[in-house]
Design a protein around this ligand. Structure first.
Ligand SMILES: [Zn+2]
Length: 306
């Protein structure tokens, strides 16, 4: 999601540490809320995830904040009994929170999973008590640039006059936000979202049979993978060339049935969209480097289209 994180930080005194982070950066958002009542400890994502288990068991954090890929690793450790923590709040940041991951995390940590939408530029959104993500219009002015025909997906254009040194004026993020049209039960009038779908530069660009390049939003690929079956291992679907897609699967074995289901689901979707033939490769690999943000749907093929 918008902006990157750099560097890493570790601070806070052990006896009062309660909040627990797994972010590489010590961003302004969190350093600004450091106080007597609240203390944060940052963990470096480049470390082996298993190294976090013991300190977490000892410290028993009240709040666990991490990107979904790390929360998933911790939830698996919790399920196996290696990790035994009972945070009162679990917050997902920095990566797209997939529905399937959200459901699993909710089940393991026995609570709804909150989301914070933040970036280098600041704190852009948070979940209300109804569990819906609202944009932080109290502090930033947000305009919407719709990017689909239905006018539900948009890029936020941010203006923030509260920043004295470097005001942000009409800065467009390439995150794809999916607007929720119904008002929220919490009563907040602030823009609310069904989800953060991904980034525009991860949308696939594929040609139809007439040679016209089309934008395929990440959610379409996600839905095709959902149709492929309930037992699909963790995946990354990557567009590597103009007409080539690689499906990375984190698993020990690649049974033919699994390959066929994924191949059929993606092919059916590409046919439905009337696309020129797309080569689909299915490989055994995580498709993800530790320490990097996990983007389950991504495009490494550089397209001329914006
Ligand atoms: Zn709400």
């Amino acid at each position: 999601m918008g902006g990157g994180h750099t560097g890493s930080g570790h601070w806070g005194s052990p006896e009062k540490e309660k909040g627990r982070f797994f972010l590489r950066a010590n961003s302004n958002l969190y350093t600004s809320v450091h106080s007597e009542l609240l203390s944060f400890r940052f963990f470096d994502l480049l470390h082996e995830p298993s190294q976090h288990i013991k300190p977490l068991n000892l410290l028993q954090p009240d709040i666990l904040i991490a990107q979904p890929s790390m929360l998933m690793l911790l939830a698996k450790a919790q399920e196996k009994g290696e990790l035994a923590i009972r945070p009162s709040q679990v917050i997902s940041v920095a990566e797209v929170l997939e529905d399937s991951d959200k459901n699993y995390l909710t089940e393991v940590f026995k609570q709804p999973i909150s989301q914070v939408y933040q970036c280098t530029e600041g704190f852009l959104g948070y979940c209300c008590r109804e569990g819906r993500l609202h944009l932080n219009e109290d502090f930033v002015h947000i305009e919407k640039r719709y990017i689909d025909d239905e006018n539900v997906r948009f890029h936020p254009i941010i203006t923030d006059f509260t920043r004295k040194s470097q005001p942000i004026i009409r800065y467009e993020f390439n995150d794809i936000l999916w607007e929720e049209s119904l008002p929220c039960l919490c009563g907040s009038p602030m823009i609310s979202l069904r989800c953060i779908e991904g980034r525009s530069d991860d949308s696939f660009r594929l040609q139809n049979k007439q040679g016209i390049w089309l934008t395929i939003f990440p959610d379409f690929i996600r839905r095709a993978m959902l149709i492929a079956g309930d037992d699909i291992p963790p995946y990354v679907v990557e567009q590597t060339e103009g007409a080539e897609v690689v499906v990375h699967l984190t698993c020990d074995e690649l049974p033919d049935a699994l390959i066929n289901h994924i191949y059929e689901a993606l092919s059916a979707f590409f046919t439905l969209k009337d696309l020129s033939p797309v080569q689909i490769s299915i490989v055994k690999s995580s498709g993800h480097e530790r320490g990097q943000k996990l983007r389950r749907i991504r495009r490494s093929f550089l397209s001329q289209l914006q």
